[in-house]
Write a protein that binds this ligand. Structure first.
Ligand SMILES: *[C@@H]1O[C@H](CO)[C@@H](O)[C@H](O)[C@H]1NC(C)=O
Ligand SMILES: *[C@@H]1O[C@H](CO)[C@@H](O)[C@H](O)[C@H]1NC(C)=O
Ligand SMILES: *[C@@H]1O[C@H](CO)[C@@H](O)[C@H](O)[C@H]1NC(C)=O
Ligand SMILES: *[C@@H]1O[C@H](CO)[C@@H](O)[C@H](O)[C@H]1NC(C)=O
Ligand SMILES: *[C@@H]1O[C@H](CO)[C@@H](O)[C@H](O)[C@H]1NC(C)=O
Ligand SMILES: *[C@@H]1O[C@H](CO)[C@@H](O)[C@H](O)[C@H]1NC(C)=O
Ligand SMILES: *[C@@H]1O[C@H](CO)[C@@H](O)[C@H](O)[C@H]1NC(C)=O
Ligand SMILES: *[C@@H]1O[C@H](CO)[C@@H](O)[C@H](O)[C@H]1NC(C)=O
Length: 606
């Protein structure tokens, strides 16, 4: 071959190479380091292949892990990296920030720990970023405010500390912000008022302080707002009345000032309206009855009253009728009405000799413990607002609330096949009652006096947090009231027992003065919502054993003034299913019109 021929050949080789698109070598190196850092080699093997090769197995959206690229001219850049729900652990490696052209980063549902490094601020092309459900800690980096192209940011269900950085206010294109259960605390920065594009904000279960910001009412594209279980103070700003595109509004657990419900009057697109435990007072706006999309209305644990015109609405209504001006007896069948009467203390709950103990196998079948205690069957199917009394009328159970995001999900009991540790009575803990809102047990016809209340718990829905899986990162938090006094707040069975599927017994003293013992398990909006699956939250209890204390006070006088026992009752009536309870709870389905007077009641001492 002559020199000319050789030169031509060399030229054509160069042309071939030049016409091929190759990934930026810095990014290839970074990818290799990331893959090795997270031990992804077997799931994502790019060795010897250009990561941006067309039609690579890891390129399509359905791939996980996924690497997707954008190529221009001869150079390709990684624009998308997804490592989703693969239980990768360790920290976020700095090599990640060499993928300068990333637009979409999904590291959700893993067990990443450590901080989000401030270098995240270099990835200024980012549009979709989520690290939701991990074990990340440290501050939420202010550098996130540099990612001004962000459309969606998710840091939910982590262990961040400190306040939200004011710099997030620079994310003026942001449409979706998921920060629920992220660990952040303190005031919500005023700078967030610049997030004018926001359509979805999930911010529940954070230790926010101060008032609910007025500026939320200027985000007129809002369709989904969740703000439950924070330390925010009422009132609900009337500015929120401008959010007429809202489809789903959930606010809960407000302190301080009362709010009126009138602000919802123009929110005609609502399909879910949940305002539990918000110190709502005043009348229920009549306009609610014209909201044709409304499927779920929960205004439980407030002090609303008024006439509810249920035009063309369905009745599935629960309300407190006890200790109020409401006369609901006409709605009740004889049995339920009798039960209500006895719970208010108006009549005796049973004609038997007063009992001095009762024991319940919550959510399970009858069982006798090694120590000879017979725990009664409590497997009756409960609805979204119902009361059930044991066949011997020794106790009753009342449940209210529905799993809004998972209506066909858990039906108020849960079971496991696993052995339960730290107990000789494993069977006692293999089933439990659960509730998305309020679960209340009443001991009936008790001799007045001093009692020991033994509550048995074991976390059987959430995995252990030593499982090295995101499924172990869930936090269940709830409160317990006995005879109206809060005895446990933000109670976390898993932490207290030292892991899941471990038994835990808590014992309290309480006095019975009016033949009734009231044990109330209450969700105050706290804890993770969805680990390991949708609607894993709210109270859980395995068994209850109540017995008179030996040095019981012998009080025979009845406390006639006690009012406000609160129950859930489901009864049939001409209009359909009417549910009477501590809550006013309503499902709009198409049924016959009816009118009824309702009053809801706040059960919590403030
Ligand atoms: C990756 O693929 C190469 C060949 O393409 C192979 O030699 C290597 O063993 C693979 N690595 C892993 C971790 O599977
Ligand atoms: C990738 O797939 C497309 C469609 O299946 C095909 O037209 C194209 O030739 C493929 N490219 C390579 C490099 O295999
Ligand atoms: C990001 O923002 C911070 C201030 O929020 C700034 O100091 C920094 O220089 C910015 N740039 C990068 C690349 O992080
Ligand atoms: C980002 O936000 C911070 C704090 O609100 C502000 O001081 C800064 O000027 C903003 N940066 C840009 C580029 O807008
Ligand atoms: C609802 O809309 C009407 C008519 O625009 C307005 O007068 C009223 O103030 C609005 N109500 C609320 C609570 O924003
Ligand atoms: C979460 O991170 C902390 C350190 O911040 C660590 O102590 C803990 O073991 C981690 N938990 C899991 C489940 O990885
Ligand atoms: C894991 O459980 C321990 C107690 O068993 C608790 O202190 C810790 O906070 C838990 N960690 C996480 C990440 O939930
Ligand atoms: C029960 O009553 C006794 C006697 O009146 C009182 O000393 C005690 O504090 C009461 N216990 C509770 C838990 O209220």
């Amino acid at each position: 071959m002559g020199l000319l021929g050789f030169s031509l050949m060399l030229l054509s080789m160069l042309q071939i190479v030049a016409s091929q698109q190759v990934t930026d070598p810095n990014e290839v190196e970074a990818l290799n380091k990331i893959i090795s850092h997270w031990n992804l080699g077997t799931k994502l093997n790019i060795s010897g292949v250009d990561p941006c090769t067309q039609n690579a197995t890891w390129a399509p959206d359905s791939a996980n892990p996924q690497i997707a690229c954008h190529c221009a001219g001869t150079t390709c850049h990684v624009t998308r990296l997804k490592v989703y729900a693969l239980d990768i652990s360790g920290e976020i490696p700095n090599e990640l920030f060499n993928l300068k052209e990333l637009q979409n980063l999904n590291l959700a549902q893993n067990v990443l720990s450590g901080p989000i490094p401030p270098e995240i601020g270099q990835l200024t092309n980012m549009q979709y970023l989520t690290v939701g459900i991990n074990n990340l800690s440290g501050p939420v980096p202010p550098e996130l405010g540099n990612l001004t192209k962000l459309l969606s940011l998710g840091i939910s269900s982590n262990n961040f500390q400190g306040p939200l950085p004011a710099e997030l206010g620079n994310l003026t294109s942001l449409q979706q912000l998921y920060i629920d259960s992220s660990g952040v605390s303190g005031p919500i920065p005023q700078q967030l008022s610049s997030l004018k594009s926001l359509m979805k904000l999930w911010a529940s279960d954070n230790l926010f302080t101060g008032k609910i910001p007025e500026f939320l009412g200027t985000f007129t594209d809002f369709i989904d707002l969740r703000l439950e279980g924070t330390m925010l103070e009422g009132p609900i700003p009337t500015s929120l009345g401008a959010l007429t595109k809202l489809d789903d509004l959930r606010i809960g657990d407000l302190s301080m000032e009362d709010s009126s419900l009138d602000f919802v009057e123009n929110m005609t697109s609502l399909s879910i309206l949940s305002l539990r435990n918000c110190r709502l007072a005043g009348l229920i706006p009549e306009k609610l009855s014209t909201f044709s999309n409304l499927k779920t209305l929960d205004v439980s644990f407030n002090s609303l009253s008024g006439n509810l015109p249920l035009n063309s609405a369905k009745v599935g209504l629960s309300m407190n009728v006890v200790g109020t001006s409401v006369n609901a007896n006409s709605l009740l069948d004889g049995k339920a009405s009798g039960m209500l009467q006895c719970l208010v203390g108006g009549t005796k709950c049973s004609n038997k000799v007063p009992a001095t103990s009762f024991s319940i196998k919550c959510g399970g079948t009858v069982q006798t413990s090694a120590s000879g205690i017979k725990f009664d069957d409590d497997t009756e199917t409960l609805g979204a607002a119902s009361i059930y009394s044991s066949s011997d009328h020794q106790w009753a159970v009342s449940n209210t609330g529905s799993y809004i995001s998972n209506p066909n999900g858990p039906q108020y009991t849960t079971q496991t096949d696993s052995q339960i540790m730290e107990t000789l009575e494993s069977e006692l803990y293999k089933s439990a009652r659960i509730s998305p809102s309020s679960l209340r047990y009443y001991g009936l016809g008790l001799m007045n006096g001093k009692y020991n209340v033994e509550l048995h718990f074991a976390e059987i829905q959430m995995d252990d947090n030593s499982s090295h899986s995101w499924k172990g990162l869930g936090r269940r938090l709830f409160d317990v009231y006995i005879q109206g006094e809060r005895v446990l707040q933000d109670f976390n069975i898993k932490n207290e027992a030292g892991g899941s599927k471990r038994a835990l017994v808590r014992t309290f003293e309480a006095n019975v003065t009016n033949t009734v013992m009231d044990i109330h398990f209450f969700w105050a909006g706290r804890g993770t919502c969805c680990i390991p699956y949708q609607s894993t939250y709210g109270p859980l209890v395995s068994a209850i054993h109540v017995s008179q204390a030996s040095n019981g006070i012998s009080s025979s006088k009845r406390d006639k003034k006690r009012v406000g026992r609160i129950v859930g009752v489901a009864v049939g009536c001409a209009a359909g299913l009417v549910i009477i309870s501590s809550v006013f709870y309503l499902w709009w389905t198409k049924e016959k019109p009816t009118h009824m007077r309702v009053h809801t009641d706040a059960p919590r001492k403030v």
